[in-house]
Write a protein that binds this ligand. Sequence first.
Ligand SMILES: NC(=O)c1ccc[n+]([C@@H]2O[C@H](COP(=O)([O-])OP(=O)(O)OC[C@H]3O[C@@H](n4cnc5c(N)ncnc54)[C@H](OP(=O)(O)O)[C@@H]3O)[C@@H](O)[C@H]2O)c1
Length: 249
Amino acid sequence: MKKLENKVAVITGANSGIGLATAKLYLQEGAKVVLSGRRQEALDQVANELEGDFISVKADVANAEDNKKLIQEAANKYGKIDILFLNAGVAPPTPTHEITEDHYDTVFNINVKGPILAVKEALPHINDEGTILFTNSVVTQRGFDGLGVYSATKGALRAYQRVLTAEVKPRKIRVNSIAPGPIATPIYDKMGLPQDVVDEMGKGFAQQVPLGRFGTPEEVAKSALFLASDDASYINGVELEVDGGLSQI
Ligand SMILES: NC(=O)c1ccc[n+]([C@@H]2O[C@H](COP(=O)([O-])OP(=O)(O)OC[C@H]3O[C@@H](n4cnc5c(N)ncnc54)[C@H](OP(=O)(O)O)[C@@H]3O)[C@@H](O)[C@H]2O)c1
């Protein structure tokens, strides 16, 4: 028996990295999946690779109207939603003395406003006993140079999730999150840093992880499957670290 048979899942940031690996796994496990991302060409490319029952919707999570459109298109196609995975995010580094208002607004709008507005739009369409998942980060437990605004966004998201867990209690909706450590995804290429700096940063991260390496998007996807499935039926309100132990030392 597949773990997500007949479940409807909406995934943001599904054209790349963790979101894409999760979309693939959910499809393999029988879910109907709405993949969302910002770049149409990446969504088209992914659509050619995937097998199963899915649609893709171009939506910028920082835009309120796009969040509305995403959930509306999901509801129009599949009816009720069982799994909402709010995973889209950006992590552009900027040391504190160089933070601008624009940097702050961009990162907060994508990483915090986006998921909060998506939840608001989706709640009327989520089945009772459904599940909402977020991608947080180990950066709320460990401080890394230059990631002040990014870390603050993930901390804000974590605080919001606790409130949401309480608010959806009457509907038995489970709210959980994943806090990845360093995961080998294209996010590092999108930081606007020279390749040698990215490589050095990567080596530094890997050395700090007790398991001594980056994780893979597929390893995170397996946790996203577990938390979304009935295997996690009594797990609610938690943040699961998928970080090779980085947050614990
Ligand atoms: N990789 C890591 O080491 C790591 C560690 C901890 C937490 N995380 C978190 O994991 C999540 C997924 O990141 P990833 O590592 O898989 O990176 P990724 O491969 O770059 O994926 C990020 C996804 O988010 C989407 N996205 C970004 N801004 C968006 C916007 N305004 N509207 C809609 N979609 C948007 C991207 O779409 P486009 O490509 O079309 O822009 C992409 O699909 C993020 O929340 C990130 O903070 C990652």
